[in-house]
Design a protein around this ligand. Structure first.
Ligand code: DSN
Length: 414
């Protein structure tokens, strides 16, 4: 008789099963203000862990290098069609394993090594994959960086135009990972047109807000738009590239065979699910609350004397300058974790500190909004943050933070 191995994780590997349970408990007992995280929903987790996770299928729907792909083709096409419809894009590639890989593929599709590129500098809100010297993107392409104005801490469009005219980049990149304001994509498109450059918008952090109409869409203005599906899109880890239809072949070839092999079909399946959910009224309501919560958190923190980078927020993110508290971001993030509140240390524009010991903290409101928390809970959380950053013993704040977390439970409320 054919005897099958036990298929229960707890029976096969109690050590890993214990860690999974502990991670679930940790999530339930903490308040997650990490701007790049979201709560995993049951349908997304089910799709991620489905049999598609085991499928090997290099190529694209209808053009594979392996057999047995009829359903893999269908699920990938579903994800592609949903991404195109959601954002009104001419083309979508749903295979990137990450946002970095999505950006790398766009560079490979549109540039040659050594080409000039203009992007927002990391310390002013950009991203490592926008030509930081520590990233392969900075080694392969000749990146120049624009920044924010010292007075407003918003993108200096005059500097963008000056640098574009001086360096004549083949690609201009905007968007990033710690920029709390809306971006004028039409102005970027006009500068790109003036210097005959292509325009890439990295909307990794704000894609969910864009999908819900809470922020303007870059898609009508850009040649390519990249995003990740695990932040405000509320889905699995992974990336997506949108582009105009005429770039479809170049983009697809830049992913496979250009920079990736067999894509992870568990993730593609989960991306299809999250892209489907993103068209729903419930998703739009969550995005509305994410943004309202960020505004409430910003207002409440300002009330405790915290200086907000750029003076506030238009999205899900609040960047705080801690210098008036006499504490650095690395120390503050540990104090807050002790108080069961999670966030990350972050450089702020013109930071006198370093990435390891920066002057700022970055907060995001995606997870609390998904759990059903609203602006009044954000005000409560701001009070806990203030107390934890002042207290000689931030652990004293922990019971109140845990009680707030417990009131809302773990995972998405709907
Ligand atoms: N780019 C990193 C962040 O913003 O936290 C990971 O998503």
């Amino acid at each position: 008789m054919n005897v099958r191995a036990p298929n229960d994780l707890g029976a096969v590997d109690p050590d890993v099963a214990r860690l999974v349970a502990q991670e679930a408990d940790r999530r339930a007992r903490t308040i997650d203000l990490i701007a790049s995280e979201s709560e995993p929903s049951a349908p997304v987790l089910e799709a991620l862990g489905s049999v598609f996770a085991a499928k090997t299928a290099e190529g694209y729907p209808g053009r594979r290098y392996h057999r047995g792909t009829e359903f893999a083709d269908e699920v990938e096409q579903l994800a592609i069609d949903r991404a195109k419809a959601l954002f009104g894009a001419g083309h979508a590639n749903v295979q990137p394993s990450s946002g970095v890989n999505a950006n790398l593929a766009v560079y490979r599709a549109l540039l040659k090594p050594g080409d000039a590129v203009l992007a927002l500098q990391l310390a002013h809100g950009g991203h490592l994959s926008h030509g930081d010297p520590a990233s392969i993107t900075g080694a392969v392409y000749r990146f120049e960086h624009y920044g924010v104005r010292a007075d407003t801490e918003t993108i200096d469009l005059d500097e963008v135009r000056d640098l574009a005219l001086r360096h004549r980049p083949r690609l201009i990149v905007t968007g990033g990972s710690s920029y709390p304001r809306a971006i004028d994509y039409a102005a970027f498109a006009a500068i790109a047109a003036e210097v005959e450059s292509k325009l890439l918008v990295d909307m990794a952090h704000v894609a969910g807000l864009v999908a819900a109409g809470e922020l303007p869409s870059p898609v009508p203005h850009a040649d390519a738009v990249t995003f990740t599906t695990y932040k405000t899109m509320l889905g699995p880890h992974g990336g997506v590239i949108l582009s105009t239809a005429d770039l479809a072949r170049k983009i697809d070839r830049a992913i496979f065979p250009g920079t990736q092999g067999a894509p992870d079909f568990g993730r593609i399946t989960a991306k299809a699910v999250c892209l489907g959910i993103a068209a729903s009224d419930g998703f739009r309501e969550t995005q509305r609350r994410i943004r309202a919560n960020a505004t409430a958190l910003a207002t409440a923190l300002a009330g405790y004397g915290d200086r907000l980078v750029s003076g506030g927020t238009d999205n899900h993110m609040v960047l705080v300058d801690l210098r008036h508290r006499g504490v650095t971001g690395d120390v503050a993030e540990v104090a807050l974790e002790t108080a069961a509140i999670l966030c990350n240390r972050n450089v702020i524009p013109f930071d006198p500190g370093t990435p390891d010991r920066p002057s700022g903290l970055r907060f995001g409101t995606t997870s609390p909004a998904q759990r059903g928390m609203g602006p009044s809970e954000m005000t409560e959380i701001a009070a806990l943050i203030d107390k934890a950053l002042q207290a000689p013993d931030p652990a004293a704040v922990r019971p109140r933070a845990e009680a707030l977390a417990a009131r809302f439970g773990a995972g998405p409320a709907q």
